[in-house]
Design a protein around this ligand. Structure first.
Ligand code: TYD
Length: 205
């Protein structure tokens, strides 16, 4: 396989299956002899994991503070993990990225999308993924299959909130179909894995 740099992002509402699919993709890349790095947001660095606990388990935060904290974790991840891996020609698989900030802090919590866009561009220095997979599913369905208890801050939000997140993702996906792939999250895990692999293998060929 070639040494083209490839940055892949998976997005979706809670319980959409993106963490499972991120792992399956990373395993498949390894199996095919392609070096890769699997990371998640927020987290995957020492500071990022601390920020993750602060956001998900800590006291109430306003949406702007949330945006800054997610962005700080993202900056740590990009500088310390993602860029070095891409520079070493590894494929990077990232479970959530800037689109989570747009969907959650923007579409669902009402923060100005221009503010988010500004902060995102500062945080990422315009590092954009080559491929984004949206595992699209109605939150009413995805929540039924999510067993995690106790719930984190976002899992406790209303169905209305999660429906706004989903709508946010769909509008992002539709505005950039070159990069985004919408996958029906109700398909079986095997089917989704194959759809993703087909696209990824074309892209890294
Ligand atoms: P996580 O447990 O990783 O969610 P999931 O298991 O569904 O991947 O928790 C991350 C939570 O943080 C999730 O509810 C989405 C939210 N989030 C934001 O609100 N904004 C962001 O920028 C990011 C990266 C995550």
């Amino acid at each position: 396989m070639s040494s083209k740099k490839t940055f892949i992002v998976l997005e979706g509402v809670e319980g959409s299956g993106k963490s499972t699919q991120s792992l399956l993709l990373s395993e498949r890349l390894t199996l095919e002899g392609k070096s890769n790095l699997l990371v998640r947001e927020p987290g995957s660095t020492n500071t990022g994991e601390k920020i993750r606990n602060l956001i998900l388990q800590g006291t109430e935060l306003n949406p702007l503070s949330e945006l800054f904290l997610f962005s700080a974790a993202r900056s740590e991840l990009i500088q310390n993990e993602i860029l070095p891996a891409l520079n070493a020609n590894s494929v990077v698989v990232c479970d959530r990225y800037i689109y989570s900030s747009i969907a959650y802090q923007g579409h669902a919590k009402g923060l100005d999308l221009n503010v988010i866009s500004e902060i995102n561009s500062i945080t990422t220095s315009q590092l954009h993924p080559d491929l984004v997979f949206l595992l699209d599913i109605e939150p009413e369905i995805s929540f039924k299959r999510k067993k995690s208890d106790p719930k984190d801050r976002f899992e406790k939000e209303s169905m209305e909130f999660h429906n706004q997140v989903r709508k946010g993702y769909l509008s992002l996906a539709k505005s950039n179909p070159e990069v985004w792939n919408i996958i029906d999250g109700q398909k079986s895990s095997e089917e989704i894995r194959e759809i993703i692999w087909q696209k990824v293998s074309e892209s890294i060929r």
